[in-house]
Design a protein around this ligand. Sequence first.
Ligand SMILES: NC(=O)c1ccc[n+]([C@@H]2O[C@H](COP(=O)([O-])OP(=O)(O)OC[C@H]3O[C@@H](n4cnc5c(N)ncnc54)[C@H](OP(=O)(O)O)[C@@H]3O)[C@@H](O)[C@H]2O)c1
Length: 213
Amino acid sequence: MTDITIIGSGNMARGIGTRAVAAGRSLQILDRDPAKAEALAGELGAGVTSGAAESVPAGDIVVLALPYDAAREVVTRFGAALAGKTVIDITNPVDFTTFDSLVVAPGTSAAEEIAALAAPGVNVVKAFNTTFAGTLVAGSVAGLPLDVFIASDSEEAAAAVASFVTDAGLRPIVVGPLRRARELEGFQFLAMTLQVNPAFESFNWNTGLKVLV
Ligand SMILES: NC(=O)c1ccc[n+]([C@@H]2O[C@H](COP(=O)([O-])OP(=O)(O)OC[C@H]3O[C@@H](n4cnc5c(N)ncnc54)[C@H](OP(=O)(O)O)[C@@H]3O)[C@@H](O)[C@H]2O)c1
């Protein structure tokens, strides 16, 4: 039995994988290049397994650590093989040709588009799109644990992700149904533009979005 599968072996796979190991979760890394998956698994810890992206994910939670288009393709390809699993969409569907808008239309979100492609019984959760990869490796910004905003139409799936986030030493904030992903994606798009804004010299993909009380 495996708790979490991460598809992709890039920056976010490393960040979320680091937190999964810290949480004591069993972890599998899949990648279109199995050698890259194996390398990241070896880096993350002795018990972490790896394989090719064609393999059906073993984890109860499946993290799509992929660009938006690739995440769509993977959910479509696996179809009913993901039924009963919690699938986390972490994407920020930014139009990188202009860096001035999202590629999803107003009134929807990447998460909702991915959910529309998923087979019945797949529980899509938006999470981790507002946490930069490097901050996930550290688990904190400015000495404070990261907030992880979670949106889903499945209370059970949102709770499963919140439990993982808590055990990983972060603070889960369940914000509501999957359509709240629209705000989470817009929110993070704004945060991304600030990283490249010369007015904020110290912002270098090292900031965090946090609710303080
Ligand atoms: N980086 C951040 O701080 C951050 C924060 C929040 C959310 N996100 C979101 O997280 C996702 C991953 O970002 P990242 O920074 O981890 O990117 P990354 O470092 O470039 O890693 C992307 C991974 O996806 C794989 N991939 C790319 N195109 C693919 C395709 N067509 N089919 C299958 N696999 C493919 C890559 O494989 P190869 O190595 O073979 O190309 C790589 O393993 C994106 O949707 C991004 O918007 C990123």
